[in-house]
Design a protein around this ligand. Structure first.
Ligand code: 5GP
Ligand code: MN
Length: 349
């Protein structure tokens, strides 16, 4: 039985006519490229590998292209080393895109999220299919499968395969990739879940996914440097504003040098602030070589997506968003402090 047939909820995100059209596109083997966003996370990687394995089962020739490298913690995923990284091999990325007849956009909603790779897409006449769960997808694909209620793009890949009627092709390898995306984007089922998320995970466990081992590999993967950096952030760089339910951590360029931090090393630090009782919105502000990066997280109705897009030229989800700022770290910190009182009085949200 198709999983979606016995679900009580209904999110009609793609009509069955569109699914039939996509099925027709997939009916003969072709060169397919799967693209995901810069600084790929567990969901970008998991959804891409899962869809890639599935399409290979349909005899397509599949190349996955990411603008930048994957965090080493995902090295255990089979096939991750075959992903072409634009930053490391521009020619291979360009050749794959030029040769392709069909391109999937996974886990991003605007070409700005794939940087220079986006320019190649402009000149490509391949058919394009977007599968994504971010708010406000741009009209950059022939088929846009958008579901902002989905926990992750990986969950959507499961539904996509199920809608096509090919759930039986999901094996433990595809399932492992999907499960990875779901647990990374939900913080191990702590946020962004809906009943369908658990339905998918239940089906994946049936398919032989070793969920305990994945949880361990993904969430117990820190090294000493990460924990010491976390200690530094919490002890020396965190400012808590209980009156307005807000907290902030910032890192300077000097911190990056002193702790030998590279970008993925700060993953997850922003979430710690929400562990403080009474804190409902958190900002993690980092001074990158040429830009200031801002990560925002919130609880409940507080909409950090609006904040990220109005203040920091960014976007994302209601409770998890990000953006960037061209200017000084002090200016961003001040900008944040200025806006904090209005967040809680809900002038902005
Ligand atoms: P993070 O804070 O972990 O970098 O990102 C959280 C969420 O915000 C992700 O879903 C990501 O897609 C989104 N996001 C982060 N940075 C940016 C950005 O610069 N622009 C946009 N549009 N979204 C971002
Ligand atoms: Mn995602």
């Amino acid at each position: 039985m198709k999983i979606s047939n016995y679900l009580s909820f209904s999110h009609l995100i793609t009509s069955m006519t569109e699914i039939q059209q996509i099925k027709a596109l997939l009916s003969s083997p072709k060169d397919v490229v799967i693209l995901s966003h810069r600084n790929p996370d567990g969901d970008a990687i998991g959804s891409s590998l899962a869809l890639g394995y599935f399409l290979k089962k349909l005899m397509h020739s599949v190349t996955i292209v990411f603008p930048s490298e994957c965090p080493p913690m995902f090295d255990f995923l089979e096939g991750i080393n075959d992903i072409i990284i634009y930053d490391l091999d521009q020619l291979a990325a360009k050749n794959a895109i030029t040769k392709s007849k069909l391109i999937f956009f996974l886990d991003f909603n605007s070409l700005e999220r794939i940087d220079r790779v986006g320019e190649m897409i402009h000149s490509s006449d391949s058919d394009k299919i977007m599968i994504d769960h971010h708010i406000d997808p741009e009209p950059i694909a022939d088929f846009i499968i958008s579901d902002t209620e989905a926990s992750s793009t990986s969950e959507m890949v499961f539904k996509f395969i199920d809608d096509l009627g090919w759930t039986n092709k999901i094996d433990s390898r595809i399932g492992t990739s999907i499960f990875t995306g779901i647990i990374t984007d939900t913080g191990s089922f702590k946020y962004n879940t809906r009943s369908y998320t658990y339905t998918v995970c239940s089906a994946l466990k049936e398919k032989g996914v070793d969920d305990y081992s994945l949880q361990d590999r993904i969430f117990n993967a820190l090294n000493e440097k990460h924990l010491r950096l976390l200690g530094h952030c919490l002890a020396n760089r965190m400012e808590v504003n209980l009156e307005h339910g807000a907290a902030m951590i910032y890192l300077t360029k000097v911190d990056y040098k002193d702790f030998g931090i590279s970008r993925g090393d700060t993953e997850g630090i922003v979430n710690y602030m929400l562990m403080i009782k009474g804190i409902e919105v958190a900002a993690f502000i980092t001074e990158q070589p040429s830009i200031i990066k801002i990560s925002l997280r919130s609880k409940g109705d507080i909409n950090v997506q609006t904040l990220a897009s109005t203040l920091f030229n960014g976007g994302g989800h209601r409770n998890a968003s990000g953006g960037s700022y061209n200017g000084k770290l002090e200016d961003v910190i001040q900008k944040w402090k200025d806006v904090v009182p209005s967040i809680i009085t809900k002038e902005i949200v």
